[in-house]
Write a protein that binds this ligand. Structure first.
Ligand SMILES: Cc1cc2nc3c(=O)[nH]c(=O)nc-3n(C[C@H](O)[C@H](O)[C@H](O)COP(=O)(O)OP(=O)(O)OC[C@H]3O[C@@H](n4cnc5c(N)ncnc54)[C@H](O)[C@@H]3O)c2cc1C
Ligand code: FES
Length: 258
């Protein structure tokens, strides 16, 4: 993990409250694993805690990476008002990302994402596709208005969409899309809210490789403060935990309590 003042080289709005920010800097050389995240400093002294945002795309040649974020509170609102050329203090890459090297050419991987959990799955899908893995994307959004990256995912492989209100794709959630899938995948990768993660874990409980990217409130982002713990399944007392920031954010579904 390193720290750098990176430069915003592009910022564009993808949907209401959803922005894509491109960052340029040497730190990109450190970014190797999809599913890792960056810890971004809000450029005002009143904000002590950094904001964790997943890496969406890595372009080592151009020394560029992208993040996609939704404006939730003050920190992300300030990010959305920053413009090209602005410096931004970035720590990272942090955490353990998705493991995918063991998959073979011709294997099928299910990539399951919902809402603002979709961004890190894009870099993962690129890597899997480059490796000859057949990817099927199952993406859920609240409605057509807040959908983004549909074309980008379609360019990589089969992409199935669900919206809560039925304004695009199947009406319902990602669970409904997964229930309709006819293949049995070699691995499943998911990122989204806890409902999506729980459904995915339940539907594939017999599959040995189901990787879930967990979210937790974070402070230090590097394993020192224990703000981000989640409980593990191997402990009946419910006292054993793992830290999402440095042991995760990606865990095998059989390991963690969602
Ligand atoms: C590993 C990881 C990856 C993430 N990736 C993305 C992403 O790619 N795109 C995206 O839009 N969001 C992502 N998030 C959620 C994002 O961190 C929060 O939406 C953001 O920190 C909110 O900050 P704020 O100042 O706008 O909101 P506020 O509500 O003002 O935040 C107050 C505090 O709570 C923390 N916080 C608030 N919501 C969350 C949350 N859901 N998870 C963790 N900390 C939170 C903030 O970091 C801050 O310290 C990710 C979270 C984690 C843990
Ligand atoms: S945020 Fe401090 S230990 Fe995870």
């Amino acid at each position: 993990m390193k720290q750098e003042i990176m430069t915003i080289s592009k910022q564009r709005q993808l949907a209401p409250r959803i922005f894509e920010m491109t960052l340029t800097g040497e730190l990109v050389n450190e970014m190797r694993t999809p599913g890792q995240f960056l810890h971004l400093r809000v450029p005002q002294n009143a904000f002590l805690l950094r904001r964790p945002i997943s890496i969406n795309h890595i372009d080592a040649e151009k020394k560029e990476c992208r993040i996609i974020y939704r404006v939730e509170g003050e920190g992300t609102r300030i990010f959305s008002e920053m413009t090209v050329g602005d410096p931004i203090d970035v720590m990272g890459p942090l955490g353990n990302g998705f493991r995918y090297h063991h998959l073979n050419q011709g294997d099928t991987a299910f990539i399951v994402g919902g809402g603002i959990g979709v961004p890190p799955l894009y870099e993962l899908s690129k890597r899997l596709t480059q490796q000859g893995v057949h990817v099927i994307h199952f993406l859920g959004f609240a409605s057509k208005d807040v959908m983004y990256y549909e074309e980008e995912f379609r360019a990589l492989g089969d992409t199935r969409i669900a919206t809560d209100d039925g304004s695009a794709g199947l009406q319902g959630n990602v669970g409904n899309l997964l229930l309709a899938a006819e293949q049995t995948p070699a691995a499943v990768f998911a990122c989204g809210n806890n409902g999506l993660l729980k459904t995915t874990a339940q539907l594939f409980e017999d599959l040995p490789d189901v990787q879930l990217s967990m979210e937790a409130r974070m402070a230090c982002g590097m394993g020192a403060c224990y703000a981000c713990v989640c409980h593990t399944k191997d402990d009946e007392q419910g006292t054993k935990s793992v830290k999402v920031c440095d042991e995760g954010p990606v865990f095998q579904a059989r390991k963690v309590v969602i």
